[in-house]
Design a protein around this ligand. Structure first.
Ligand code: NAP
Ligand code: GDD
Length: 348
């Protein structure tokens, strides 16, 4: 019989790729979904009738649902991916973010113990490079001090430590993957990369006039989500539970992402000016197509993420650069060009 995996956050970017990955490996995959007044499960719609894929209603803020599901499913592996995952939004809804992102991890750990599965069930926690926040070292590895710099990151820090605590206190096989940003054609539309690739496609097709962004100088280590979910699985297959930085070891700015994404959409863009006055100009037409709006600034912003994935490479044999930065942008823009072709109407 195949192994049984339970994924929280199964409707999200990573949850959908991880489900496909585990189904391919012969797992029974159970996902936790939230009830919503509109059906928003497009990332997993293609899996809903697939054999060995099951869905359960639950919520990370609701211990009862978690205990019931874990008792019924008896998972060998839990991947805790559910989160209010938008850093900017965490400043608007800090209490809810903490409840899901911090206490939610504790609820999973306790549910596993209550169900008597602490010796059988391995747990992966979706930790984040946001823990390095106001960075104290560049590049960042597993020994770099944490300095979380948003309500989201502070909550994720609790998640990281409670995972470590349960590993040490109860001998549970729980691990954190400290993942740097990873993107894809399934990325949420309010994260900067997808916002840019969709806008580039719409502007190229005459369906949008301008793109408004926040901090263009922010630096990120961007990888491809499909490559990163493999590493989540590898972390749980290792002999010893441990925590790993997962990154590409390459760094680019938001501005650079913009230039390459627009180029892929057929527009050469040139930036001039500084701060809120910086503008992206279409070289062919002289039109301003990118502007800065302080609306997208954050009270504290993380601006220098750059990961060192040596430990994962060495101990897990993981290849951090399967998909290059340029290939990632190609995948996203090609996808969005086709998506936008089908859109009716103009986005202003
Ligand atoms: P995502 O696309 O925003 O997906 C988040 C998932 O969590 C969705 O399925 C969402 O369900 C679910 N969720 C939110 N609140 C919930 C709740 N109260 N109870 C149950 N489920 C809830 O995020 P992602 O990019 O796939 O990221 C996956 C995980 O990795 C997150 O924990 C994120 O913080 C972390 N992470 C992501 C990155 C990255 O670059 N992508 C990097 C480091 C760490 P709905 O569909 O119902 O909203
Ligand atoms: N979202 C957004 N929208 N970000 C913008 C914009 C904009 O219009 N303009 C500039 N940025 C800057 C942000 O200020 C930030 O410095 C950077 O672009 C990346 O922002 P996001 O794409 O929203 O991602 P994030 O890095 O804050 O968070 C993502 O990665 C984390 C891992 O480091 C999320 O997936 C988190 O869940 C994840 O933990």
């Amino acid at each position: 019989m195949g192994k049984v995996a339970l994924i929280t956050g199964v409707t999200g970017q990573d949850g959908s790729y991880l489900s496909e990955f585990l189904l391919d490996k012969g797992y029974d995959v159970h996902g936790i979904i939230r009830r919503s007044s509109v059906e928003r499960r497009e990332r997993i719609a293609h899996l809903e009738r697939v054999k060995h894929f099951y869905m359960h209603y639950g919520d990370l803020t609701d211990s009862i649902s978690l205990i019931k599901i874990i008792k019924e499913v008896q998972p060998d592996e839990i991947y805790n991916l559910a989160a209010q995952s938008h850093v900017g939004v965490s400043f608007e809804v800090p209490e809810y973010t903490s409840d899901v992102v911090a206490t939610g991890v504790l609820r999973i750990l306790e549910a596993v113990r209550i169900c008597g599965l602490e010796k059988k069930c391995k747990i992966y926690q979706a930790s984040t490079s946001e823990l390095f926040g106001k960075v104290e070292e560049v590049p960042q590895n597993e020994n770099t001090p944490f300095h979380p710099y948003s309500p989201y990151a502070v909550a994720k820090q609790y998640g990281f430590w409670i995972i470590k605590e349960y590993r040490e206190a109860y001998g549970m096989f729980c691990c954190s993957g400290i993942l740097f940003n990873h993107e894809s054609e399934r990325r949420g539309e309010d994260f900067v990369t997808r916002k840019i690739t969709l806008a580039a496609a719409r502007i190229a097709q005459g369906k949008q006039d301008k793109l408004y962004l926040g901090n263009l100088s922010s630096l990120r280590d961007w990888g491809y989500a499909k490559d990163y979910v493999e590493c989540m699985w590898m972390i749980l297959q290792n002999d010893e539970p441990d925590d790993y930085v997962i990154a590409t070891g390459e760094q680019h700015s938001v501005r650079e992402f913009c230039v390459l994404a627009f180029r892929k959409a057929g527009i050469e863009i040139e930036f001039s000016g500084e701060g809120v006055n910086e503008k992206g100009i279409d070289k062919a037409t002289g039109k301003i197509i990118v502007e800065v709006s302080p609306e997208f600034y954050r009270p504290t912003d993380v601006v220098n993420l750059y990961g060192d994935p040596s430990k994962a490479r060495k101990k897990l044999g993981w290849n951090p650069t399967k998909t290059s930065f340029e290939e990632l942008i190609d995948i996203m823009v090609s996808h969005d060009m086709k998506l936008v072709e089908k859109e009716v109407g103009t986005q202003l």
